[in-house]
Unconditional design. Sequence first.
Length: 170
Amino acid sequence: SIIKTSDNNYIILGYFSDIIKINLDGEIIWQSNYGFISFNIKETNDGSLIICGLRDNALLEIPKLLKLNSIGVVIFMKEYLTDYYDGLFSDLTIANDNNYVMCGNYSDSSFISDKLMLLKTDTAGNQLWFVGNDSLKYNYPHSIINSYDNGFIIGGTNNRSLILEFNNVG
């Protein structure tokens, strides 16, 4: 993932949470590694960075969220859904209320049945709500955006293209 920041620099996010901030000339401003598998990054309204992914401990995948300030210092690093068997955040969006909404999938048993989920946190990473959809098994969300009515639109795959809209969530 790569984003242009509000200070006209760029953040490059690698798969294993290698993060590099470069200027327009390609010179490194700072770089770090935060030790988990990362999928996407966004800049928040206050110039911080929010990153979603998972921690893989060889037995379980645990959804993870990391927030950094603009110079790469950790504000918080949190894990979610630890009562479930498996899960990951594949993408995130900044909701209209400036809180964070992540999409991904999870399993609630050792039998693989990836179920679609949405999880919302406040700006400090505290969970506000979780929506897990048992009827949407084997769906793999890849991206999430805000809809015009304060809901969320998710794009992904099952055996073909997948587009879902969630209204009035939480």
